[in-house]
Design a protein around this ligand. Structure first.
Ligand code: ZN
Length: 116
C-alpha cells in the first residue's frame, strides 16, 4: 500500500495540530512541503502507518492511536514523549530507514512495541 501523496501545508498542519512534516490519513499521505516528497525515510514512515491502519480496518487504528497517545501523555506528561512512545510510532521510527520493511512486515507488528 503506497498511498496517495498530497502536498498541502494547510491540511498537514490541520490534521497534525501544526506539529508534523507529514501525516497519514488513510489512504492519503499529507506532506507539508514539496521537498518532503523526496524524503524516502519520511514516506516510508508514513507507509508503515498505512499498513497499520489497513490491518486495523482504518477507523480503529485512529481510535487506538488517540487512546494510546492519551495513555502515554498521562504516563510521560509531555506531548513529544507521549507521541514517540505510541506503539505505532515506535514501530514506524525503528523501521523507517529500512525501505523494504513494509514488504516483509508481519501483520500487527506494532504489538511488539506495546509493552514498553
Ligand atoms: Zn508516525
Amino acid at each position: 500500500m503506497k498511498g496517495k501523496i498530497i502536498v498541502s501545508k494547510f491540511w498537514t498542519r490541520f490534521f497534525s495540530a501544526g506539529k508534523a512534516q507529514a501525516i497519514t490519513i488513510f489512504p492519503f499521505i499529507f506532506l507539508r512541503e514539496l521537498a518532503n516528497r523526496s524524503d524516502k525515510v519520511l514516506i516510508n514512515h508514513e507507509r508503515i502507518h498505512l499498513s497499520q491502519a489497513l490491518e486495523l480496518l482504518i477507523l480503529p487504528f485512529y481510535i487506538l492511536y488517540l487512546l494510546e497517545f492519551l495513555f502515554r501523555f498521562v504516563q510521560y506528561r509531555n506531548f513529544l514523549q507521549a507521541y514517540v512512545h505510541i506503539s505505532f510510532e515506535r514501530e514506524a521510527f525503528e523501521n523507517e530507514e529500512n525501505l523494504y520493511y513494509i514488504n516483509k512486515r508481519r501483520p500487527f507488528s506494532f504489538l511488539k512495541y506495546l509493552k514498553k
